[in-house]
Design a protein around this ligand. Structure first.
Ligand code: ZN
Ligand code: ZN
Length: 369
């Protein structure tokens, strides 16, 4: 069901298309063929699963199929024209492009075009000059507008409400899959449209796998239980991790937990507009290193969230580009010790000129279940 509590700001799409046209002009392109569905959604509002989008200096034309004929009318504003194709989107594309004058150099999204479709460009589309592009739309997506932020904040509040309802129901004797099912049911009941990724429930020594899937392992007293999950609202994702202990935590568990929590608090409070992704990552990494667990923090500090759960920018050792106001990123330090267990605490943080604002509010203190 469509959410009506947050009004759609239809004017956002013309603004985004204008920004893309500026980027096309800088790249010396006459048009862009957009094949990434999240990018199409960002530029037009269309949320269906089959579409191509052609953006030129003068117009944006979305090609989709008969199944979406009604939906596309509801979702698109006046800035995009629609073609409903009854056979294939690709044959419709050649007809459309053949009728457009002044378009020779067309960019395609090299990260979002299967080789079979690339072959179509070279064969049926041989009369145009195809140029690979990367991240033209993704770059625009990094900075969120007010309507996007509202969706992300709602996705966060849904996820946190679901977690609050789930925690009292988690106990020794349940399997990880059962816990995932309880959490996912509460996510749905709280209004999540989808799951941004398969809910991670990792217990005991499995919590040392940073991207474990929920399994049939039975929770035992003394286990760490790591829950990494999110909600989706208006197409926008949240991404949260909390780690709990079943029963009383040992001193060793508490020591590791407190280091991760302090790394989270330090980094989420320190990230600033203008800082590089590398410098943000270093805040948590240097602290964990100084505590003697540097080798046990093997992944990056965080990533952007939006229409996809992992999107630009990244907070990682190799990223030299600066962060901007309006970006929403995760901050998720962790310590993982094979055979023993792991802890990760992940929050979602908005960067603004006034400083970072942690959007997640679920307590970070160690919670014994
Ligand atoms: Zn996560
Ligand atoms: Zn994440």
């Amino acid at each position: 069901m469509k959410d009506t509590s947050i009004p759609e700001v239809r004017d956002t799409h013309p603004v985004r298309l204008t920004a893309l046209r500026d980027a096309l002009a800088r790249a010396d392109l006459d048009a862009l063929l957009v094949t990434s569905l999240p990018n199409i959604r960002f530029l037009t509002g269309f949320s269906g699963s089959n579409a191509l989008l052609v953006v030129t200096a003068l117009e944006a034309v979305l090609l989709t199929d008969y199944r979406y004929a009604t939906q596309v009318e509801e979702e698109l504003g006046a800035s995009t024209r629609v073609r409903i194709e009854r056979s294939s989107l690709w044959s419709g594309l050649w007809v459309h492009l053949g009728a457009v004058s002044g378009v020779e150099r067309i960019g395609f999204e090299s990260s979002h075009l299967p080789h079979t479709d690339f072959a179509r460009l070279l064969e049926q589309g041989a009369r145009w000059s195809w140029r690979p592009t990367s991240d033209l739309v993704e770059t625009l997506r990094m900075v969120k507008d007010v309507s996007e932020l509202a969706h992300i904040e709602r996705a966060i509040s849904i996820a946190e409400a679901a977690l609050h309802q789930t925690i009292p129901l988690v106990h020794a004797g349940l399997t990880e899959l059962t816990v995932a099912g309880i959490l996912e049911r509460h996510l749905r009941e709280a209004g999540s449209e989808d799951f941004p990724f398969p809910t991670i429930v990792a217990s005991g020594s499995r919590s040392a796998h940073p991207h474990a899937r929920a399994s049939e392992r039975v929770l035992e007293t003394g286990d760490f239980v790591l829950l990494d999950f999110g909600a989706v609202s208006g197409g926008y994702c949240s991404d949260i991790t909390r780690t709990f202990v079943i029963g009383r935590a040992t001193d060793e568990q508490r020591e590791v937990y407190d280091i991760v929590r302090e790394a989270n608090v330090r980094s989420s409070g320190a990230i600033r507009v203008g800082m590089t992704g590398m410098a943000a990552d270093a805040v948590a990494r240097d602290y964990i290193d100084a505590c003697g667990f540097g080798e046990a923090f093997g992944h990056s500090l965080g990533h952007g969230i939006g229409l996809e759960v992992h999107e630009a920018p990244r907070l990682a050792r190799t990223v030299e580009s600066p962060l901007s106001a309006g970006m929403v990123v995760t901050v998720e330090p962790g310590i993982y010790r094979a055979g023993w267990g792991g802890v990760r605490i992940e929050d979602d943080v908005l960067l603004s000129d006034a400083g970072p604002r942690v959007l997640t509010s679920f307590p970070r203190e160690l919670h014994e279940l």
